[in-house]
Design a protein around this ligand. Sequence first.
Ligand code: GAP
Length: 452
Amino acid sequence: MAPENSLMDKIVSLAKRRGFVFQSSEIYGGLNGCWDYGPLGVELLKNVKDEWWKAMTFREDIEGIDASILMHPRVWEASGHVENFTDPMVDCRECKARFRADQIEESMCGNPAYRGRKAAKCQAEGKFTEARQFNLMFRTFIGPVEDSGAVVYLRPETAQGIYVNFLNVQSASRQKVPFGIAQIGKAFRNEINTKNFLFRTREFEQMEMQYFVKPGTDERYFEEWRSRRMQWYLDLGLTGGKLQWHRHEEGKLAHYAKDAYDIEYQFPFGWGEIEGVHNRTDYDLSRHEQYSGKAMKYFDEASKEKFTPYIIETSAGASRAFMAFLVDAYREEQAPTADGKMEVRTVLRLHPRLAPVKAAVFPLVNRDGMPEIGRRIEAAIRPHFRVFYDESGAVGRRYRRQDEVGTPYCFTVDSQTLEDQTVTVRERDSMKQERLGIDAVISYLADRLGRV
Ligand code: GAP
């Protein structure tokens, strides 16, 4: 097995074993391209979204919204999705596997009898059909009658819910251009091939912000948002050397874009896009004006000018960011055991603000009143931070269990606690321990996690 595959396999296995991510409908054999977030995964995902939400809406110039997933079908005609949101698809006449025509080079043959064979070889042997365009939007029907007049789509991006609300938000919040609207929500794409764990799924979450600017100022804001978005990943601990920009070539720009860059992360299976930053010009608002017949222009009080704003979009996948943070944090390191030998410890070096559990509390032994003191400390932490209490097994094993899920701080009650009301605090990455008064535990965490 290639080392990059075995690393990915280890991460997927840890994700399942420790309750980060489960296959959807697993007891029925799973549903391709759909995943469920378990108790720790939902916390990590929520922390990623919370950090994004704070970075966006804790600003004077950005408002949040939460638009509905089902929208008027004309929205998707105006946006260009009905016409353009397609992928070219080919089928193998022999094994019936289906491929994206533009991804054959990186795909493997679908026939288990030809294990390790490249799909390109089958193509060269003439086994594939001609490419057909396949629309990625999921269609469903509003109401009881399944006719063409009742067709609606599950949104393939959250952005359109922002565009159609541009003037509602602007007038309700009395914002002036330039300003932005942020939204986090589910999106659905009927991907031809799902792959690489959470990377390409059929249901996922996006974190999108659309920044409305005066035409002519767009290039400046485009650069500003590019640098802010890259910094966001760095500030949350992603390894700088594993992040890069990929600029879309002129001929490959989306139909709405004047300029576009992807932030790519180096996953074990290769570089993959985690976020797009796009200069969408006035395409979206102009199209909605044209298709709805409603004016989508902005009136600038100061200059008395009326114009259609340009849009700078930052569009991140919450599940791709989740996977990048998980993969980046995963380490296998040599660590000393209690009796001075060395062993491998698996640790998630997640940024403390992203870690699903912030603190663990252990009594060293289950007697002499240590569990009672431990429970009191846990109860004091619980209203402020997610905390885990554990009294089972050797303390070294308890540390390892917390390392594996990224808990940054472990507090241990020991015999000295009984004398001087101090505990040890052990930091996950350095494994260094220091003593701390019990009454200082909350402020210790607050200083490092930034909130109480
Ligand atoms: N509104 C623009 C837009 O949706 P996109 O590049 O198609 O642009 C933006 O998608 C982000 O959404 C991507 O960078 C990726 O993080 C995430 N994304 C797109 N398709 C996805 C899929 N099938 N599974 C998981 N995440 C996906």
